[in-house]
Design a protein around this ligand. Structure first.
Ligand code: IMP
Ligand code: MG
Length: 178
């Protein structure tokens, strides 16, 4: 699981990622101009994306963290999602943006979206840097997407391979993930 492993192939460079992040931020800055927004970073994968995105935002923001877990196969989520760490802020009447690094089946975000909606926010939208749209199992409306991607297992920029590789500044795909 080292960077020089021949199974790692670069998929998105840090420059391409930065462009995608700043494009998303520009849209959010326009859409939420004059509004206060609660950003909810979905731990752990979205930490790097969140850290980069917030520095491109010119709107008034608060940052919150949530950690979810799903049981089943390690590399994709199963049907059951539970809250490991909840947000601290009261989001009633507030504009909420959920920040994810990647969406696959959609189960994780569907669960979180529905749960946040039930707390009475002014609005809830989803932001995902990457979207494996062809893998969707449950319907979720992702308003801001950086890149729609093929079904490949990716690591780096917050994305992990069994908790490793989140630190890589670029995103790689694994030729032989098993
Ligand atoms: P979903 O609930 O199936 O949409 O799964 C989303 C979660 O699965 C993400 O937040 C990631 O933690 C993880 N995941 C999905 N695809 C990948 C990948 O290619 N690399 C690393 N983690 C992934
Ligand atoms: Mg993950």
């Amino acid at each position: 699981m080292m960077i020089d492993d021949k199974n790692f192939t670069k998929y998105l460079s840090r420059q391409e990622i930065d462009l995608a992040v700043s494009e998303i931020a520009q849209r959010i800055n326009v859409d939420y101009a004059g509004k206060e927004v609660v950003l909810i970073c979905v731990l752990k994968g979205a930490i790097v994306f969140t850290a980069d995105l917030v520095r491109h935002l010119t709107i008034d923001t608060e940052v919150e963290f949530v950690r979810l877990s799903s049981y089943g196969k390690a590399r994709t989520s199963s049907g059951t999602v539970t809250i490991v760490k909840d947000i601290q802020a009261d989001i009633r009447g507030k504009h909420v943006l959920i920040l994810e690094e990647i969406i696959d089946s959609g189960r994780t975000l569907k669960f979180l979206y529905d749960r946040l909606k039930s707390s009475g926010p002014a609005s809830v939208e989803i932001v995902s840097l990457l979207d494996k749209a062809s893998k969707r199992v449950v319907e979720v409306n992702v308003k801001y997407v950086g890149r729609t991607i093929d079904d490949q297992f990716l690591v780096g920029y917050g994305l992990d391979l069994e908790e490793h590789c989140r630190n890589l500044p670029d995103i790689y795909y694994l030729k032989y993930p098993n």
